[in-house]
Design a protein. Sequence first.
Length: 300
Amino acid sequence: MSQKSKTELENNKLHKRLRHAVGDAINDFNMIEHGDKIMVCLSGGKDSYALLDILRHLQASAPVEFELLAVNLDQKQPGFPEHVLPDYLHGIGVPYLIVEEDTYSVVKRVIPEGKTTCSLCSRLRRGVLYRVAKENGCSKIALGHHREDILETLFLNMFYGGKLKAMPPKLVSDNGEHIVIRPLAYCKEKDLARYAELKQFPIIPCNLCGSQPNLQRQIIKDLLADWDRRFPGRIESMFAALQNVVPSHLADTQLFDFAGLQRGQALPYGGDTAFDRETPPDVFSEKRKVINILGNKPKP
Ligand code: SF4
C-alpha cells in the first residue's frame, strides 16, 4: 500500500473513531433528544471546532432531529481576531451568534496583577452563555471537554479538593436552568488534535488574555501524558473506572450504609476483595448492548 493510501486509511479510521465515540457518549447519557436546540460553545480552540464539526455530521445522518446554534463569546481580549469565527461559521453554513461582552476588562479590574484570572473569567463567561442559551430557547449547552479534561479534573479534585469528583458528561448548569452536555467525553485529546490538523480549523490561540496557564492542571496534564506513553491502556482503565464505581469499596458513609452492614448481607460487588484481577480487563472490548440513537453499529 502506498504512503498516500495508508494516510487516507488512517484518516478515515480517525473520523470513524471520533464519530463513534461521540455517538456512544450521546447514547449512553441520552444527551440529545428529538426537538433539542443545542447551543454549541465555540471558543476557537481545536476541541470546540471538532465538537461542532462532528455534531453537524451526526445531525445530517441521525434519525433524531435536533438544531444546532454555534455561539462564540468575544471577551474583548486584546488581539482577538474578530473575523476568524464569523468567516468560518458563515463558510460552513451553520447558524451562529457572536456575543460581545467585555469580561476581559472586568477581570483585569478586579483581579490584582499577577494573580490567576481564570476562575473569575470562566464564571463570567458561564453567566453570559447561560443567558444567551435562555434568550435563544436552547434546551442544551454543549461543551468541548474531552476524556483527558475529565480525568485531569478528577485528579485536581483528588489532589487539591479532597473529593472523588470529575467533570460529568451530562449535568444541569450551576443555575439549574440548563442541561450541559459534553459529547466529546469519550474522545482522546490526541485524536482531536489530529482531527483539527486534518480539517485545518482556524485555531485562535487561547493565551490572548495574557493569563498564566493553570499550573496545577498543567502538571496533571503532563503526568497523564507521561503515563499514556509509558503504560498504554492506563488512561482507558482510569476512564473506565469512572463508569464502574463501587460505593461499598470506598469510604463514603453517605454513599454506602457501612453502619447498617449485616453479616451475610449480599453486596452487588462482593465482599472484602481489594483488587479484582491482576490483569485489568480490556475495558473497550465489551460489546455495546444497544445501537445508539445516532445509528452507530454495536462494536465488534
Ligand atoms: S486563559 Fe484567559 S480567557 Fe481563558 S479562562 Fe483564563 S483568563 Fe479567561
